[in-house]
Ligand binder design. Sequence first.
Ligand SMILES: [Zn+2]
Length: 116
Amino acid sequence: MRCPTETPQSVEILLAYVSNSLEGEQASEVAAHAAACPDCQAFTRAQNAVSQALDRWEAPPVSLDFDRQLYQRIEQEVSWWDLVLRPFRPMMGSRTLPVAAGSDQDFRDQLAFDLG
Ligand SMILES: [Zn+2]
């Protein structure tokens, strides 16, 4: 048997072996290989350590006002679209743009006034 740690596809077989979800001849074949392969032994030890750590881990309790805090944060979040449009927001829906377009005439009027 080729070592399952050599390819990502066959590592799934080793994961199945570690979680005792392999059956029959395949389970026997992987068990025989793992018994003689240092790489597979290291993999199964590490995987068992992760499994045991996860078994001992307890998720912290969810606070009673979790939903309220979550929705409050969602409302406070600014979308990327708002960030993109924010610099242009003063021009949108206001008279800034027509005034800016007319500023050239305003400048000439001001220049004519200054020059007399
Ligand atoms: Zn191996």
